[in-house]
Ligand binder design. Structure first.
Ligand SMILES: *[C@@H]1O[C@H](CO)[C@@H](O)[C@H](O)[C@H]1NC(C)=O
Ligand SMILES: *[C@@H]1O[C@H](CO)[C@@H](O)[C@H](O)[C@H]1NC(C)=O
Ligand SMILES: *[C@@H]1O[C@H](CO)[C@@H](O)[C@H](O)[C@H]1NC(C)=O
Length: 362
């Protein structure tokens, strides 16, 4: 090849070598569309007091590159936000890459459906991967997200209350662990594709996707997951046969930490703060966001818990509420000791309920 040929042009070489790699990198995406190891967001309820105008679509956002809460410049129904950017990878490739990507979208309340999914888990989320890597999002929004054929959107029913979401990027090998969790977790999948090239590694997701029977289910299973950048996450998955409050009976005792818990306290029988076992669980009842935005937990549909003591540093984000009937549902939590995530959530708590009647301020 003669010197100076177009093929030796450095810019062209760079383009040729980087473009396909970049295109293949399925990952959580931040609000600039860049790949991030993880992000977390907290959509504010419509009924909050403070300096933020309240449409019920505003949200606080943080990620591995900018690990402090910031008010997003987007609304949650916009494709430019982190959820939109992340889901775009599914919406734009589910047809063209149908043989090389696997995905599953699950929710106990399914968009455009009458079934309430009570036989499946009280779980909400979606995952997308190829044989290199992918992401898993766990969130609290009913009727979300839309199926790939419909493209991005956010349901009007998700506006009134607070909601949380966490996205984590994983290398491919971690998805075999996640697949194991699906046995107890039993998600209500409403859109999916698990091509045969994934059969050996994702047998449970493939069965759930096909609607076929699962093998016998462990009562509960704890999995240690590692994000693409090496951050450790524990995933707790309980089946509907582990009939107990996951916060008190399992998570707090397993993590050996007192937990302050935020969850939906409307439906059924609300469980009070509980100090019966070695490690206690207290219900949060008042949240204070940056920019002086405050709201009562009664306006919050999100599900998360943090260590009461700063030294323990656990944050868990997940699917289940502290309500008596949730003992009979499958679901789970993803927990981390990342100090930024912990500080961000821990600092939101203004008030929680003690185990006696007297209440406790932080
Ligand atoms: C988002 O919701 C707001 C308020 O309802 C609306 O004005 C806007 O058009 C919506 N944007 C999109 C992209 O749907
Ligand atoms: C606290 O939770 C445990 C585990 O679910 C339960 O056995 C116990 O009865 C609860 N205690 C109170 C006072 O509710
Ligand atoms: C928040 O409210 C307090 C009291 O109402 C006020 O003193 C403070 O300046 C406000 N903070 C911000 C960031 O505006």
């Amino acid at each position: 090849m003669p010197a100076g040929s177009a093929w030796c042009h450095p810019a062209l070489l760079l383009l040729l070598s980087s473009a396909p790699l970049w295109a293949a990198e399925i990952s959580c995406r931040n609000e600039d569309g860049e790949t991030v190891d993880w992000f977390a967001l907290y959509k504010l309820p419509k009924h909050a007091k403070g300096e933020i105008p309240m449409l019920g679509l505003e949200y606080m956002y943080m990620d591995a590159l900018a690990p402090e809460w910031q008010l997003s410049k987007y609304l949650i129904n916009m494709t430019q936000g982190a959820l939109g950017q992340t889901l775009k990878q599914l919406y734009e490739t589910y047809e063209s890459e149908r043989n090389s990507i696997a995905y599953a979208i699950y929710n106990d309340e399914v968009p455009e459906s009458d079934s309430d999914g009570w036989k499946r888990g009280h779980t909400k989320g979606f995952l997308l991967l190829d044989k290199s890597q992918g992401f898993w999002v766990i969130h609290s929004v009913p009727l979300f997200p839309p199926i790939p054929e419909d493209g991005y959107g956010y349901p009007a029913t998700g506006e009134s209350y607070g909601q949380t979401a966490i996205c984590i990027t994983f290398k491919y090998d971690q998805f075999t662990e996640i697949d194991q969790q699906m046995l107890s977790y039993n998600p209500g999948i409403y859109s999916c594709s698990i091509p045969n090239i994934f059969q050996a590694d994702l047998p449970n997701l493939q069965k759930l996707c096909a609607g076929s029977r699962l093998p016998s289910v462990p009562l509960r299973h704890l999995s240690k997951l590692q994000s693409a950048h090496g951050e450790i996450f524990l995933h707790f998955a309980k089946s509907h046969l582990f009939i107990d409050d996951i916060y008190v009976a399992w998570m707090a005792q397993e993590l050996k930490t007192d937990l302050l818990a935020e969850s939906w306290q409307h439906s059924g029988q609300k469980l009070p703060s509980n100090c019966s076992l070695d490690y206690h669980v207290y219900n949060i009842n008042l949240i204070g966001m940056p920019l002086n935005s405050t709201f009562y937990s009664i306006n919050d549909h999100s599900k998360w818990a943090v260590s009461r003591e700063y030294k323990d540093q656990w944050t868990c984000i997940g699917d289940l509420n502290r309500a008596a009937e949730q003992a009979w549902r499958s679901g789970g939590f993803v927990c981390t000791q990342n100090e930024h995530i912990y500080k961000a959530f821990r600092h939101l708590i203004i008030h929680y309920e003690s185990c006696t009647d007297a209440s406790t301020s932080i």
